[in-house]
Design a protein. Structure first.
Length: 294
């Protein structure tokens, strides 16, 4: 059992880990190599570097620093978080348990832009199978995505309906070996999509070749699971698609914290690192209290 699982190995996640590890908390960091910082060629506004440093170099330095102090870092995609007696973080490869969780998953810009996607949100288009799957009992549904997360969401729909199509929107599927067996269970449509159409509610998918596919509901699971997916599934309070936290980086769910770009703050390394530090300190207090009362 971990004291804390940190989801994300960007500046916020690694900064928090530095504090929890040095406070002797059993800390597991799970992240991918797709921090937004990879895109930053030269950083000139972060403290302590007389010469510009690339985002990639800064990320590598941070990870090495955490590893030197004893962090366990896994490169896996998180597809869900659940709260039972403790937190269970689900990845493509397995489930990991912890007394507390820090979400430091950044804030990716929208991965998919399709005409009318916003218009039908809540009217056939959903970002959460757990929240909205029930409304589509026995109906014709689709999942928009091409990675493991899309497969995971499609699997969540199996008890609800047997008419499930995965729309990849022209992308080639990228399923890990661990998930590829599951792929055989669903219909696939790989055509590029031009629009979602309907009246008050979603009725069909229209493809770039002008063909159409009637549909009652589409669940968006494009790319990796994102901050907003976790928030919706767990009932975490959000505002403008960012997680709402207090001054201690606590969310509305006890034991669940958030830091960095995913909280919708000024998107800068210094802010992410600062929030990570505050979260690390508060998580340490939280876990120590929890263990005293166990
Ligand atoms: C082009 C560009 C230039 C920039 N230049 C500057 C600059 O000059 N100065 C500055 O201060 N800031 C700059 N920034 C902003 C800076 O990169 C961000 O503010 C910072 O990286 C936020 O850190 P974070 O830890 O919150 O999120 P991120 O760095 O985005 O890290 C998110 C982490 O979460 C992980 N993650 C997300 N979803 C999952 C999942 N489902 N499973 C597992 N892991 C997941 C990712 O893999 C990643 O490890 C720039 C950003 C961009 C895009």
């Amino acid at each position: 059992m971990n004291d804390v699982i940190i989801i994300g190995k960007g500046p916020a996640g690694i900064s928090a880990a530095l504090y929890t590890i040095r406070a002797n908390l059993k800390t597991l960091v799970i992240g991918l190599n797709d921090s937004t910082l990879y895109k930053a060629g030269e950083i000139e506004n972060y403290y302590g570097f007389p010469q510009p440093i690339s985002g990639k170099q800064l990320l590598e330095n941070g990870e090495k620093q955490a590893l030197r102090l004893g962090a366990e870092i896994l490169e896996e995609e998180v597809i869900g978080i659940e709260k039972e007696d403790v937190f269970v973080v689900k990845t493509v490869k397995g489930n990991y348990r912890a007394l507390s969780v820090l979400i430091a998953t950044g804030q990716k810009t929208a991965d998919v832009k399709i005409k009318n996607i916003n218009k039908f949100e809540g009217k056939g288009i959903s970002y959460c199978t757990t929240c909205d799957g029930f409304f589509f009992r026995g109906r014709k549904v689709g999942v928009l995505g091409y990675k493991d997360f899309a497969l995971h969401e499609a699997r969540e729909l199996i008890p609800i309906t047997n008419d499930i199509t995965i729309f990849t929107n022209g992308q080639t599927t990228e399923f890990s070996a661990d998930s590829s067996e599951l792929a055989g269970k669903f219909e696939f449509n790989e055509k590029p999509i031009s629009a979602f159409e309907g009246g008050d509610y979603l009725e069909k998918v229209v493809f770039q070749d002008s063909s159409e596919y009637p549909i009652d509901g589409i669940f968006i699971a494009y790319g990796s699971a994102s901050t907003i997916n976790f928030a919706l599934k767990m009932g975490i309070l959000t505002k403008n698609r960012a997680i709402v936290v207090n001054e201690n980086q606590e969310t509305n769910i006890e034991g669940l914290f958030a830091a960095g770009d995913c909280t919708g703050v000024f998107k800068q390394i210094s802010v992410a690192v600062g929030q990570g530090a505050v979260a690390g300190r508060r998580i340490t207090e939280y876990v120590r209290d929890k263990k005293r009362n166990m």
